[in-house]
Design a protein around this ligand. Sequence first.
Ligand SMILES: C[S@@+](CC[C@H](N)C(=O)[O-])C[C@H]1O[C@@H](n2cnc3c(N)ncnc32)[C@H](O)[C@@H]1O
Length: 223
Amino acid sequence: MNTDLINYYRRRAQEYESIYYKPEREDDLHTLAEVLQRALLGREVWEIACGTGYWTQKIAETALSITAGDTSEEVLEIARHKSYTCPVVFRQEDFYRPSEKPAGCDALFGGFIWSHIPRAGLKEALGRLSEVLLPGSRLVFIDNRYVEGSSTPVYSKDEQGNTFQQRTLADGSQHLVLKNFPSADEIAGVLSEFGTVQIRELTYFWMAECDLFSNKKVVYRPV
Ligand SMILES: C[S@@+](CC[C@H](N)C(=O)[O-])C[C@H]1O[C@@H](n2cnc3c(N)ncnc32)[C@H](O)[C@@H]1O
């Protein structure tokens, strides 16, 4: 079975947005969009792992500007063909090691990518991302909560507590995909090292906002 996350999303590009059309999730998605628009109001946003631009379009309604990156040219191609109500620059990038650091951003947004970061690497990844942002910046993440009967069941778990789902694409290919479902306490435990945290839980989704500490420069050193 394929375990390559980047390749999985390249192959899934054309069918990706079908997850946003599950009727039972509609109310939550609407609420998420409103909360995100408030959280990123007037901000210069670096959006990591932007995918097909579904959330880019929503946050563009209140953000000042967006630099949006993803590893997959296939999803970026879809995102580039949409229209946005603030200036948006798309670029192919790996957020773990961006070749060009986005200048002048005071917010970072990651939609449905936290769950794909191995637990042991979260603090280091967030530390590196935060270092690039201006003082007073805000981190915003949204992701799935596990809901029996709606979520794809967890197929396996490793020694570090990372969970994996077995997913099948329209072309019949099978993929083992890292997908973590952290509790609110776990999310807060990670983010509180970087700033003041606020977490909201809806039925299907969670959202975390973290205002970076302004009295110290964020430099994360792995222990
Ligand atoms: C679950 S999708 C989320 C897409 C979009 N943020 C959304 O919420 O609709 C995960 C995205 O992360 C991208 N991705 C995975 N690893 C990445 C990395 N290291 N750097 C940048 N993008 C990555 C994939 O190509 C995919 O588009």
